[in-house]
Design a protein around this ligand. Structure first.
Ligand code: BES
Ligand code: ZN
Ligand code: ZN
Length: 517
């Protein structure tokens, strides 16, 4: 699909369909909506006056133009109240517009979704609309009859628009840059969604590593992949313990981007890469187990973000680290009661083999500490407890560092992904005291997401660290009006914006240091 910015007026747009934004609770149409209305002999204002179109957020209606203007269809998209228009709303509206017009088989689509009539920055709006269009049109059809890789098309792909024009008049270079950023972020998110949606018989740990390598070679990243022999040398007893029940070999993937100064290792982004979580010996109930093919979405977020970072080139060194394995039951599995030793020397008393994510992350965090990366940020579909706490809207954010936590909240706001800060009071350490090892793998029923974060905190050696528990937000289990069901790619945009922000912070620090000399 081709996406571009065009300074064409909406009533002159020379495509198949145009999407127009309408605000709620106003007494008349304005801007592009008013101009289109005039060209349509008042058809839009009549719909508005009768209340058939109210302009409330999430509303959509497709109208035939019957030769009055060049485009055959107009999609009228509700934007909500003008004062509360946000980039998030623009992103969602663009997704909705593209989805309804895709269903109507429009090939060349123009978008005019309220940015000229609100106080929002035109560049921010352009970026959000680009993201919305690309994210909204995503679907995972690779395994359906007649999928594109069969050299044919199927229902989902046949109707997709060929070009999207964002109708905005402004400084061309700024708008094009904003569009490019949105495109890279959204395509990298879709890349992560593809990984999440792949079935676990295809996406084994070794295949996961192959996909990371291929991506790395396409965008110019260094990619190192290690297997079980290396893990034994590194004494990664926790990762090897989880992998021991599976017929598939585990992998340890390291992706390196260099954009900063030679002597600063920079941050490490670490993702949980369980390609299938059966629970192991503490096996999960059958119902819903198929969703555990997505237990590698933290890893997918890291790999997707590394792709975006390689293309956007922030001024900082960033390393992506992914421990990946299956969690399976067998005669060689690890068991409840086992004591595993992670590569930093600490022992962990195993209570439940289904709490495997924290174990593979223990070895990945220890590796990051040994290589002196800082800060450390991990993303993981770690606990059911975070879903109980926050549902499917916000991810949990745990941190031992106020400044880093603040940077992540700022980055997430730009990214359009939502988090909620979770507590880390010292009293919670009681949950993971063990009589027989340095740390107990799990707590009791209560505060399960916090107990898991506390386990991770034992492997970061007091460095600035944050943990994103994305178990409630990594998957959408129903088709929404603005998005397809399946993996969401959550985290890609937060990690990428965080890298950008940390790069800016590092350059302003080094400038200040130079001035002080
Ligand atoms: N992968 C799961 C967590 C999960 C649950 C992800 C629901 C997505 C949706 C994790 O490995 C797990 O099973 N955690 C257990 C931990 C418990 C045994 C302490 C859980 O949350 O139930
Ligand atoms: Zn588990
Ligand atoms: Zn898991």
């Amino acid at each position: 699909m081709d996406i571009r910015v065009s300074n064409t007026d909406v009533q002159q747009f020379d495509g198949d369909a145009v999407a127009i934004g309408v605000f709620s609770r106003e007494d008349h149409l304005e801007g592009p909506a008013a101009r289109l209305d005039a060209a349509m002999d008042g058809a839009l204002s009549r719909l508005y006056a009768t209340g058939e179109v109210s302009g409330s957020a999430g509303e959509s209606l497709v109208l035939h133009t019957l030769g009055k203007i060049k485009p055959e269809r107009i999609a009228v998209i509700g934007l909500g109240q003008r004062e509360s228009l946000s980039t998030d709303r623009i992103r969602r509206s663009a997704a909705l517009a593209c989805r309804v017009l895709s269903k109507a088989r429009s090939k060349r689509v123009g978008l005019a979704l309220g940015w000229t009539e609100s106080g929002l920055s035109l560049a921010e709006s352009t970026r959000a609309a680009t993201e919305g269009a690309i994210l909204g049109l995503y679907s995972f059809t690779r395994y359906k009859a007649g999928a594109p890789n069969d050299g044919q098309e199927n229902n989902e792909t046949r109707t997709q628009p060929q070009s999207i024009s964002i109708l905005a008049r402004g400084r061309e270079s700024a708008l094009n840059a904003a569009m490019r950023r949105g495109q890279i972020l959204a395509e990298s998110t879709n890349f992560a969604r593809d990984l999440g949606n792949e079935p676990p018989n295809v996406l084994s740990p070794s295949e996961f590593a192959e996909r990371a390598k291929l991506m790395a070679s396409e965008v110019g990243l260094v990619c190192e992949v290690y297997g079980p022999d290396w893990m034994r040398e590194e004494q990664m007893g926790a990762l090897l313990g989880v992998a021991s029940g599976s017929a598939e070999e585990p992998r340890f993937i390291v992706l390196k981007y260099r954009g900063g100064s030679k002597d600063a290792p920079g941050p490490a982004f670490i993702g949980k890469g369980i390609t299938f979580d059966s629970g192991g010996i503490s096996i999960k109930p059958a119902e819903g187990m198929q969703a555990m093919k997505m237990d590698m979405c933290g890893a997918a977020a890291v790999i997707g973000a590394m792709r975006a970072i390689a293309l956007l080139r922030p001024a900082i060194n960033v390393t992506g680290i992914v421990p990946t394995t299956e969690n399976m039951p067998s005669g060689s599995s690890y068991r409840p009661g086992d004591i595993l030793r992670a590569s930093n020397g600490k022992t962990i008393e195993i209570v439940n083999t289904d709490a495997e994510g924290r174990l593979i992350l223990a070895d990945a965090l220890s590796y990051a500490v040994r290589h002196d990366y800082s800060p450390l940020v991990d993303a993981a579909t770690l606990t059911g407890a975070i879903v109980v706490s926050l549902g499917h809207v916000r991810a949990g954010l745990f941190s031992n560092d106020q400044g880093l936590q603040q940077s992540i909240m700022s980055a997430s706001e730009i990214a359009g992904e939502r988090y909620w800060p979770m507590p880390m009071d010292p009293e919670y350490d009681e949950l993971i005291k063990s009589d027989v090892a340095d740390v107990r793998q799990t707590g009791t029923r209560w505060g399960g997401a916090i107990a898991a974060a506390k386990v991770l905190s034992r492997f970061v050696d007091e460095r600035p660290w944050a943990h994103l528990d994305i178990a409630g937000v990594n998957e959408l289990d129903h088709k929404g009006p603005e998005s397809d069901s399946g993996a969401t790619g959550f985290g890609v945009r937060t990690f990428t914006e965080l890298a950008t922000l940390l790069g800016e912070q590092a350059s302003s620090r080094s400038k200040e240091a130079a001035r002080a000399k």
